[in-house]
Design a binder for this molecule. Structure first.
Ligand SMILES: NC(=O)c1ccc[n+]([C@@H]2O[C@H](COP(=O)([O-])OP(=O)(O)OC[C@H]3O[C@@H](n4cnc5c(N)ncnc54)[C@H](O)[C@@H]3O)[C@@H](O)[C@H]2O)c1
Length: 319
């Protein structure tokens, strides 16, 4: 079954995730959707110093938004900020330094942010990690899980009250099409069993983001949630997979093309009119399962997953 899923998924990727597929999808985009000013609105973007996150920050800064870049590396963040300011002329760009594998610090950051800033209109959980060796953090959590799944959960849950009191609040999760090869698996959230395969662990986390988004949308009806796949994009994350990068590098999307649907979800009126909790690719809602792939989970499993996340989040919450 997993060979079937992987083969179908790769063929799907060749026809839907490349630069040429973006260019053909873009023919149906409504240009004026992004012809908006977001002056006065604030956007938190994680992993904003490179790749898709930086392209998102630039596109939103161009439209006048206040940007909170949440980044791990101070030097890279400052360099990226300077480039964004130079390109857009927007100086309302703030840097926050945070490593998402440090679970307790994610709480501390979010709680401090809530006290300092009076509003946050849009949260974009973009940062993602694919460590190829299993490592654990001080809470005993596998580090990819801490960064890819638990950090977006904690950040979102902690910032819900701030989002709810801000106008037209939205949360966007950057997942990946590779999640289509995985069924939600809740019995081994820390990837302790069997051989550790970083790519498949990452794919599982991206599935978890899709389920989390769907469930958070139900729990918080005042906030508009979306989750998306950016396509195959030429970024440091893609370069970190040398075989994939070598064979695909001429077909990859630019970071701006990868960022397009995130920006559309973050700023357009058209996206806010779509139902909350859905999965998007190239500005379109798409199914979260491959045909005949047996990746569906029961509602009970999904709710159990959310309970487990809540327990893990609580266990690392500072008192
Ligand atoms: N590039 C692709 O083809 C592709 C495809 C599907 C999904 N994605 C997703 O897009 C998102 C952005 O990735 P990208 O392709 O722009 O690559 P990237 O490497 O440029 O961006 C990833 C960002 O996450 C940050 N990050 C990673 N670990 C972190 C940690 N522990 N703490 C804080 N920040 C951390 C990095 O510093 C970086 O800024 C990721 O979630 C990735 O999974 C990318």
């Amino acid at each position: 079954m997993s060979l079937y899923r992987s083969s179908i998924w790769f063929l799907k990727g060749l026809s839907e995730y490349t630069r040429s597929s973006f260019e053909s999808a873009a023919k149906r985009f409504v240009e004026k959707d992004l012809d908006v000013s977001v002056a006065g609105r604030s956007f938190m973007i994680t992993g904003a110093s490179s790749g898709i996150g930086k392209a998102v920050a630039t596109a939103i800064a161009k439209r006048g938004g206040t940007i909170h870049m949440v980044c791990r590396n101070k030097d890279k963040a400052e360099e990226a900020r300077a480039e964004i300011v130079k390109e857009t002329g927007n100086k309302e760009i703030y840097i926050h330094i945070l490593d998402f594998t440090e679970t307790r610090k994610v709480w501390e950051f979010a709680e401090a942010f809530k006290k300092k800033f009076r509003s946050l209109n849009v949260l974009i959980n973009n940062a993602g990690s694919m460590l190829t060796q299993r490592e654990v953090n001080t809470e005993g959590l596998e580090k990819n899980f801490a960064c890819n799944t638990l950090a977006p959960y904690i950040l979102t849950k902690s910032l819900v009250p701030l989002l709810e009191k801000s106008g037209d609040p939205r949360v966007i999760m950057v997942s990946s099409g590779i999640m289509l090869v995985k069924k939600l698996r809740i019995g081994d959230l820390q990837s302790q069993r069997g051989r550790f395969d970083g790519t498949m662990v990452y794919a599982q986390h991206k599935r978890q983001l899709v389920v989390m988004t769907e469930q958070l949308a139900k729990a918080h009806a005042n906030i508009h949630f979306s989750v998306m796949h950016p396509g195959w994009v030429d970024t440091p994350a893609a370069e970190a997979m040398p075989d994939f990068y070598q064979s695909m590098k001429n077909k990859l999307r630019t970071p701006e093309q990868g960022a397009d649907t995130v920006v559309w979800l973050a700023v357009s009126e058209a996206s806010a009119a779509k139902p909350s909790g859905r999965f998007f690719q190239d500005r379109k809602m798409i199914p979260t399962h491959l045909p005949l792939a047996w990746t569906h989970s029961s509602l009970e499993q999904k709710e159990r997953f959310m309970t487990l996340l809540e327990e893990l989040a609580k266990a690392s919450q500072p008192h």
